[in-house]
Each structure stands twice: as C-alpha cells, then as structure tokens.
Design a protein around this ligand. Sequence first.
Ligand code: NI
Length: 169
Amino acid sequence: MIMKILKYGAPELRVQSERVTSFDDELKKIVVDMFETMYSSPGIGLAAPQVGINLQLSTIDLSVGADEGKRIVLCNPEIVSSEGSQRGDEGCLSIPDFSESVTRPLKVVVRGQGIDGEELRIEAEGLLARCLCHEIDHLNGILFIDHLSSLKRTLIKNRIRKLVKAGDW
Ligand code: NI
C-alpha cells in the first residue's frame, strides 16, 4: 500500500522517534509499504516519521528497486564513527522539488538492527553515507534544510509558504 508522505510543516517530521522494540509482522508490513511508497515517489530513502509513524525505522535502496540485494532496512540506527566530508546536492521526499548542496561526512559507520532485530553494522561512503546521515536525521526530527545557511533556509521556507497559500503543498 502506498502511504501518504508528509511534507515540510507536518509536526510529525519534527519529533524524536521511538525505538523499535517489536520485530513482528506489523513491523514487516510497515516496511513493505514503506518500500512501495519510496519506489513510487521515487526515492532512495524513506524514514518512518515521513509516513506519520513515530519509529526509528528507515528503508534505503540506492538502486530504487532495480537490485533487491541493495535493500536496507534499518531500525534504531546510530552513527558510531564518521570520517572526512563531502558536499553534494540533497533532496527529500518531504520537501519535494527543492534540492540544495549539503556537507556530510564522506564515510560513516552505522550500527543498528535489521527487520528481525539482528545486529547490523554498515560501513558506508559516498552516496550511501549521505543517505544514512539524511535518514538518521529524520529519526531525530532533523531535515536537510536545517544544515543550510539561515539565508538559504529562509528563502526555501518563504517559497514553501507561498506554495501552501496557493494550495500547492
Ligand atoms: Ni528526507
């Protein structure tokens, strides 16, 4: 089932998500729906709060459905180390049609749990490292525009405000 993706302005995007504690059928159903929603958008990452679910859960697939082996389900993730930096354009399904250059670590090591609660340790660099940072931010109520200068952030907020007024957001 394709879920509704909440857009910037929704309070659900700004809360600290709760830890996943039940690795049950309900969680698996949410994950199936999140992948379907992410592919339909299309996007390479989706975090549960973006579909109104207050859980530390994210789906990632840099191949956007082309390679099943690239699917990542991440529960309760945390960045345990990071190295270097990269600058590149970043967007978000909750802030559609906006993208800006964001600085992120070049490499990260992320620890978390998989869909059955098994321990995961992911060493990532480049785009995957960027994506992991972006999704983990979501679980802490942080959006990519929070990493921009206040001037750029204000410009984007003003453009979104106009879209909201026009009923286009
Ligand atoms: Ni996002």
